[in-house]
Design a protein around this ligand. Sequence first.
Ligand SMILES: *Cc1c(COP(=O)(O)O)cnc(C)c1O
Length: 364
Amino acid sequence: MSDKPIARSSILDIAAYKPGKSKSPTGQALAKLSANESPLGASPKAIHAYRDYAEKLAEYPDGGATALRTAIGEVHGLDPNRIGVGAGSDEILHLLAQAYVGPGDETLMSQYGFLVYPIVTKAAGGTCVQASEMDLKADVDALLAAVTEKTRIVFLANPNNPTGSYLDADEINRLHQGLRADILLVLDAAYAEYVDASDYEAGIALVNRAENVVMTRTFSKIGLAHLRVGWFYGPPHILDVYNRLRGPFNVNGIAQAAAEAAVQDVEFTAELKRHNAEMRELLVRELQSNRFKTYPSQCNFVLTEFADEPGFTAADAFNLLMEKGLIVREMHSYGLPNCLRISVGTEAQMKLVIQTLQEMSEHG
Ligand SMILES: *Cc1c(COP(=O)(O)O)cnc(C)c1O
């Protein structure tokens, strides 16, 4: 017998998720280009709704998040009864794994997919299998080849964090067609608001015609990361399961009110997208003209690859940027040690990134 309570071994096997840093080793606060947050802050309407909420703190929130689900439904043209909300899409991913995965089961993800998927899988007692990628892009054939009789969920971030790559609607349909009906396909569209590829679909059409597909979304990348609000669109039988499992008040009322205002503020979301497209293009163009390799991105960040030579490595770039007060995301945990993920920030921040890396490429 142990002298203290011991967690299940599958929990102790989890490598805790490392969020993007916001401070230097000396504790200096830095401009954060490490967590794909909104560089324009939150929607002013969401801030207003947040402030207005203070009088209601003693009351329980609406556990059904009716007003928020109705607003999401109106803006996206969806039936609110097929929408579920969570404390960030992280919570939704966790609960889907809890519901559909158990000991001995497998989930499937792509090699450079989002690192929350192995965490939620292990938390549910399962094993997360990774299918190899070509050129940092999910490979439908490799995913289908990795399906086994134990597979319960396929998690695909589309477009993907940290690579920025995406699969077009035809590829997603091909993936879905190749999966057994009892396998849940989770399309994590956390960056859907930033995509401009015309052959992309976030997953709504597929959810509408399938019983085994869920599309997850988040408010975190459009200005409300702090409040923890995500949502998903799925078939009624999955909503039923989700509503049994979730905490009765899993999304707090302040978050619901701010998210409701944020989703209705379509002008602000459009402005974020416009800013992002412009800055992402500037960043990519300037980095490429300084001979840095960038991976094509549909998101609000750019994955940049550095050389193996002293003076030009990802670690050198990371340290130089930190000296200028900018923190970006190192990619060791993703198995991409030569890369840095740079979030799109303000114009001044992007110019400072460009200038810093230009000096590095010139002087070594
Ligand atoms: C940021 C992100 C999420 C969203 O997380 P929240 O819990 O909603 O903040 C989900 N999936 C991917 C791929 C992400 O990058």
